[in-house]
Design a protein around this ligand. Structure first.
Ligand SMILES: [Zn+2]
Ligand SMILES: [Zn+2]
Length: 295
């Protein structure tokens, strides 16, 4: 089996496991699997958008590699660094970048517009982390993969890193009552990242900017980690921006009769597709509508 197929199987298996664990050990009780935006999060953000952006980003990077002499400075290959060490090196360096870029997005009105979509889900779960404006992903993944391609990392590094990012992204958003204990001082998990998505009074989401590692938040003074037995977020989303275009219905709003339910199902998919495009357009609305709230 090739590495690409194996990585798809691992990501799909991890998703299935998280769906099951969310049912068994929910962090926030009462969240539903087919909640608002399930279809656009799954079909459009996770599959279609990721695929198309992958073509664009790797197309650009491979073009640069083929048409410039940048690849001649192939540090990784020349130094003979093993694949596992290359993966760890790129995981840590990219995570450091993403901490600061993410923090900047929360403190800059223009960049916040590209990040709003990611904070819009009112149900934070295994799938909701995929909801990110395509421009945000374009910036972050170009920065993520440019050094991997241009520093001449082994071909499997991009694939392994992509797989780890997908699984870790699902994990930190998952609605699982995980208790990482002291590990939460180093690696990031749902306990801290769900607080980043909280929409409670006091704006706790101006904290916990880390993605894979929580260590940056502890070093740079942005960690928020209350005991989940005592305090959990009451709600998630963007209550400051009620005009953010979420999908108006979910499959749970279906009428009780059978034929009506099928029609309703397709209606949800169509409204979800419309909401996806509205969310992209919303980032470019006129300045006067800005509801950005800084630190
Ligand atoms: Zn954020
Ligand atoms: Zn998030």
């Amino acid at each position: 089996m090739d590495l690409q197929t194996l990585s798809y199987i691992i990501v799909a298996g991890a998703a299935l496991m998280m769906i099951i664990l969310e049912r068994l050990f929910p962090y926030t009780k009462g969240q539903k699997l087919f909640r608002e935006g399930f279809f656009y999060d799954f079909i459009l953000y996770t599959i279609v958008q990721s695929y198309l952006l992958g073509l664009i980003i790797f197309g650009i990077l491979n073009y640069i590699k083929a048409n410039t002499d940048l690849y001649n400075y192939s540090v990784m290959e020349n130094l003979g660094i093993p694949v596992w060490a290359q993966v760890i090196f790129f995981l840590i360096t990219h995570d450091f970048y993403i901490y600061w870029f993410h923090r900047w997005q929360h403190n800059n009105a223009l960049l916040w517009r590209l990040h709003e979509a990611h904070h819009s889900p009112r149900s934070v779960d295994w799938l909701s982390g995929s909801r990110s404006h395509s421009f945000e992903i374009l910036i972050n993944q170009t920065v993520e993969f440019a050094p991997i391609i241009l520093l001449g990392a082994a071909p499997e590094v991009a694939l392994i890193k992509g797989m780890i990012s997908a699984v870790w992204g699902m994990f930190i958003h998952s609605n699982i009552d995980v208790r990482l204990g002291k590990l939460q001082y180093i690696i990031n998990g749902p306990e801290m990242h769900r607080w980043h998505h909280s929409d409670d009074e006091g704006r706790e989401y101006q904290n916990n900017y880390g993605t894979k590692l929580a260590i940056w938040d502890w070093i740079f003074g942005t960690a928020f980690y209350p005991d989940p037995k005592i305090k959990k977020p009451k709600q998630y989303g963007l209550s400051d921006t009620p005009e953010f275009p979420l999908s108006p219905i979910t499959v749970h709003d279906a009428p009780p009769d059978k034929s009506g339910r099928v029609r309703h199902f397709f209606k949800v998919i169509i409204l979800d597709i419309k909401a996806y495009f509205k969310q992209h357009y919303f980032a470019f609305r006129k300045q006067k509508d800005d509801k950005y709230v800084g630190e």
